[in-house]
Design a protein around this ligand. Structure first.
Ligand code: ADP
Ligand code: MG
Length: 387
């Protein structure tokens, strides 16, 4: 199974959001057909896939259908039940492995794994019972102000509550129905970074430049290529990310999110899939993160590819933009057209506040500095907000 290269046929993907949609586009571009399993009949990827199986992720008949049709199955997000992945894995290639996904989908397992491979992680404790709170010795463990995070099913800052003391922690834990959580010390952030990489069956890597990320209320807002020194800091982020991938024997594209706090680097979390912060690659690179995903999953090597526009940035478009001034109205995207500016919309039917509807890439054109590119990002934002 290991070295086989899948050159044609049908690839299956669990999840039909925007990441699945870009995967579908990349796979179809290389001649594959794609089947999407997603219970939402209007999912962005389901709309353009060769076939959409509109069933829940634990529907055995649907999973058997995937086994019959596909040469391999992958997933676009980590919140797929691990039983589903293990069921598929018995008879068909599943990449990344159910093991890698089961670690990335549970913050407790993830932190444990990261610590075991010697990764720097921020101070945290596991909160899984009220007793674990009463036992907390807040004099010994510096844990407030902290963030209580549900161990599973969180994304875009959902499933997180900021807490300042034990009473708030207890209330937050109860508000989460006492499901297992991590309580993380809130770090004083100098910056957030991510590394997106592709790793092949035989451990060949392609790594995109280190990306700097700005979040608003836990949701990614702007990403840009950090431009930090490739010999120094950049090397440190990249070698940590590659180590994580090697320890997981990872096949496919993954992202590692980092915090920089008071000069120290911490691994925040692992995304076992392409990442929102890597979307610049769709316009800035010959082979984008989804192309590399298709290549590595099918047993090919990722394509070594210089980033053609090394000063690029990306602005996320949330549903909030449709609700300016208390009215539901379309943003005036025609007003932001210009050299190096590309709009991507994901085909979601309903704009909702906090929902990712699309993104805009802003390529650094010849001679432009990183600062100038970020200024253009803010100009684009202003135009969209004011019109
Ligand atoms: P998600 O799965 O929603 O991406 P994260 O753990 O990455 O969850 O948290 C989302 C964002 O919240 C982070 O990118 C960061 O901006 C902020 N955040 C999370 N944990 C911390 C922390 N320990 N200290 C400071 N900020 C944090
Ligand atoms: Mg995150």
């Amino acid at each position: 199974m290991g070295k086989t290269v899948i050159t044609m046929g049908t690839l299956g993907i669990l999840g039909g959001g925007q990441l699945g949609r870009f995967f579908t586009i990349a796979a179809q571009k290389m001649g594959y057909s794609v089947v999407v399993l997603d219970p939402d009949d209007k999912s962005p990827a389901g709309k353009i896939a060769n076939k959409h199986i509109c069933k829940p992720y634990d529907d055995l008949e649907a999973l058997d259908q995937l086994k019959d049709i596909c040469s391999l199955v992958t997933t676009e997000f980590e919140n797929i039940p691990s039983e589903t992945l293990r069921y598929l894995e018995k008879d068909i290639i599943v990449r990344p492995s159910s093991k890698a996904i089961s670690i990335a989908q549970n913050r407790i397992k993830e932190k444990d794994f990261l610590e075991k491979c010697g990764m720097p992680v921020g101070t945290y404790v596991v909160i899984d019972t009220l007793e674990s709170i009463s036992k907390l010795d807040s004099n010994k463990v510096l844990i407030f102000p902290g963030i209580l995070k549900k161990a599973e099913f969180g994304y875009d800052g959902k499933g997180q509550i900021h807490v300042n003391n034990k009473a708030e922690l207890e209330a937050a834990f109860i508000a989460f129905n006492s499901v297992p959580c991590t309580l993380e010390l809130k770090l004083d952030l100098d910056g957030e970074f991510s590394v997106v990489l592709a790793r092949s069956v035989d451990a060949q890597f392609v790594v995109y430049p280190v990306i700097r990320n700005h979040h608003e209320a836990g949701i990614l807002d702007v990403s840009f290529i950090s431009g930090i020194d490739p010999e120094g800091e950049q090397g440190a982020y990249i070698s940590l990310a590659k180590k994580v991938a090697n320890e997981l024997s990872y096949i496919g594209v993954m992202a590692v999110e980092f915090f920089m706090s008071q000069g120290d680097i911490f691994v925040n979390e692992i995304a076992p899939r392409p990442h929102n912060s890597g979307h610049f690659s769709i316009d800035a690179c010959g082979y984008n993160q989804f192309d590399q995903q298709v290549l590595t999953l099918t047993g090919n090597n990722p394509r070594k590819e210089a980033t053609q526009f090394p000063k690029s940035a990306m602005l996320n478009i949330l549903g909030d933009l449709w609700f300016r001034g208390g009215l539901l109205r379309e943003p005036k995207f025609e007003m932001i057209a210009g050299p190096g500016v590309t709009l991507h919309l994901y085909g979601k039917d309903q704009p909702r506040k906090g929902r990712k509807m699309g993104h805009i890439t802003i390529l650094g054109l010849l001679g432009q500095t990183g600062e100038e590119v970020l200024q253009r990002v803010e100009e684009v934002r202003k135009i969209l907000l004011e019109n």
